[in-house]
Structure formats: C-alpha cells, structure tokens
Design a protein around this ligand. Sequence first.
Ligand SMILES: [Zn+2]
Length: 296
Amino acid sequence: MRRERVLLLLLLAAVIAVWFQLWRAHARTLTVTVLDVGQGDSLLVRSPTGRAMLIDGGGRAGQDTGPQTIAERVILPALALRGVGRLDVILLTHPHDDHVGGLAQVVEQIPTRLVLDPELEHPSPSYRRFREAVAERKVRLVRARAGQKLNLGAGASAVLLHPSEPLLEDTGSDLNNNSVVLRVSYGRRSFLLMGDAEEAAEQRLLERDADLRCDVLKVGHHGSSSGTTERFLRAARPRWAAISVGARNPFGHPDEEVLSRLRSLGIRVLRTDREGAVTFSTDGRRLRVRTFASLR
Ligand SMILES: [Zn+2]
C-alpha cells in the first residue's frame, strides 16, 4: 500500500515535470506563421509572452465570392485554433485587396489594441470597410512609418524599416513600394517581412543602411519579378524564404528567375501554394520549421 502511494507520488511528480518543461518551452518561443490565404498575405506572429500580431488579412476580391470570406475560411479559424482571443496589433502593410480583404471582419470579431496602417491613399471598398471597422470599435490607430518599434515582450521586438519619408513616388506601384517592411527579432533569430515591397523599396532600404540581416525572409510581392534583387538578398542573407502565393494564380507568381536566384544563393524556399501554412518557431537560438503539408 505504502509502495503504491510512493509510486503514485513519483508519477505525479513526473507528470508535473513534463508539463512544466512543455509550458516553459512554449512560453519561450516566438512563432511566425505564414497563413495559407491563397493569392494574398496574412501572417501571425506570437511572441514569447503570448502577444499576438496579425500582419495583413488576405482576400482578393475575386476569390472572396464563395459562401465564406477569407476571414471566415482561414484567419478567424487560425486564431481560434491557436487560442488567440485578442490581438495586440494588427498591421496592414498596404491597402491592396489581397492584404486588407479580411481585416474588417477580424477587427469586428477580435478585440484589438492597436492598428498600424501606412495610410496610403487607396479608394477600394475593402480598405474603406477596414477603416470604418477600426473607427467603429475605437481601436487606437497609428500611422506606420520606419523607425517605430514594438516591444513584444521577453526581449522580442519588431522594428519598422519602411516606408520612410518622403514616400516613394513614380515607381511601378507606389502602393507596393510604400508597403510596411518590418524586422521581427528574438535572441539571435530574425525575420524580415517585406509586404509587397519591390525593387524601389529594396533600394531605399539599402540606401538608408537598414539592418536587413535575417534568418527568414517573407519574400516581397509574392515572389514577383519586380523585386527580391540579388543585391538585396546579399544584404539580407536569409536561410529560408517564404512565399505567400495562390496556386495557379493569374500573375505568374512566383517568378521563375526569382526562385532560381534564391536557390543559387543557397536559400531554401517554402511556398504556401505547395506547403500550405508555414510556421517558423524559435527560442532565440534554434529555428524550427513546420508546414501544413508535413502534418498531413
Ligand atoms: Zn499582394
């Protein structure tokens, strides 16, 4: 009887120890997930202290005609699955439909503390709806510009590198080239998230001596031929490149030349059209990569 009781206590202690280790491992991890929103962008960052930041909300107008919107189909379930009941930050990189599309619904349904928006002029209904939702919910709104810094807790942070004043003009796409670019870092690991920035934005970042070094690059503008130049890649030197892109999209994204440039520099490429959602997690030292495809 006594021996049984001792065994039971030992077992209980072992369970608590395992649980504590798991909790510690979880608590000290920063994750960046590139959600699979088809042709568009939506990224979820969770900090080591549990803060949650959503960057863009997917949703090309043409694809959002089914019974469910991109927010209902992908973003809200992804937040629920991860137990995110509140967003600390929603960051819009630029107001194109494939980035702002699902955000109005997210703001309407998930309590949000801060919205960062570069406030680039764009007359699309989905952007207007987003801004109306932000105003209606009285969410604090800050105009996103280079130099701003977000404290994500436990030493993790995000620094906005772009757009800087004066905003770029007369580029192929001023909306793309004034996308918010941010660098998320934790310990020795960092992530460079490019929005839809193209070559003009890359040039500006290089001119301004922005710290571009990263382990993971969220490739700009869905891997289009308009960016991800060799000069830029040599400054950023990522080990991994993630491309958010829709299968059989009509734009020919990602560009074959961009893909071979990445590969020739030894950068491993993951694409949401092939792998589904891609999740990077780090304790500040080691970097783990999981894809939805690998879980199937
Ligand atoms: Zn886009």
